[in-house]
Design a protein around this ligand. Structure first.
Ligand code: GRF
Length: 194
């Protein structure tokens, strides 16, 4: 299976996905693309030998469809079987999602369906939750709401702030996403629970 990965920043999840694909051969990374030309993950992808492209969403102002049309060029040229969103911070239109429906994954830093959207760790702490975590799900037109393919849980410790909790959750993301992609690439939709 050919896998393309969309990032917006450092790409730490992308790095784990690429490293495990290269180490285990369960799929092949064919492209890393970012909406931000300054994304640190682009250089990391290239250092791992993976083609990387940047399509600056700011060049398209409010025209989301025009940005996505530009993003689709390198993306479709790579002929991916699976599209992974990994720290990708742009909302995609239903038209874009429909092109990849049933073969598009995202990782979200909360135990969905709790805390869709942003600032997930601060919200979990503010709510007094005992646990937090991350979710890998299939992407559908509704934001952060598709079928769950995996979840990883961590305790919220006394004195946690959002940054400390985010770091604890990120460590689990780095184990969860590769485990889910390995199964998903094999056609297995059984949820991974860490
Ligand atoms: C992190 O907050 C992570 O929880 C979420 O996206 C952000 C950046 O991740 N998935 P990455 O290092 O760019 O993969």
């Amino acid at each position: 299976k050919r896998v393309a990965i969309l990032i917006s920043g450092g790409g730490s999840n992308m790095v784990r996905l690429v490293e495990t694909m290269q180490a285990e051969g369960y799929a092949a990374p064919v492209l890393v693309a970012s909406n931000d030309p300054a994304a640190g993950g682009l250089a990391k992808a290239r250092a791992l030998g993976v083609a990387a492209a940047a399509v600056d969403h700011r060049a398209f102002g409010k025209d989301r469809a025009a940005f996505e049309a530009a993003l689709l060029e390198p993306l479709l040229a790579a002929e991916p079987d699976i599209l992974c969103l990994a720290g990708f911070m742009r909302v995609l239109t239903p038209d874009f999602v429909r092109r990849f429906e049933g073969r598009m994954l995202n990782i979200h830093p909360s135990l969905l369906p709790k805390y869709p959207g942003l600032h997930t760790h601060a919200r979990a702490i503010a709510a007094g939750d005992a646990e937090a975590g991350c979710t890998v799900h299939e992407v559908t037109a509704e934001l952060d709401a598709g079928p769950i393919l995996g979840q990883g849980r961590v305790p919220i410790e006394p004195g946690d702030d959002a940054d400390r909790l985010a770091a604890r959750v990120l460590n689990v993301e780095h184990r969860l996403y590769p485990a889910v992609l390995r199964r998903y690439a094999a056609g297995d939709r059984t949820p991974v629970l860490l």
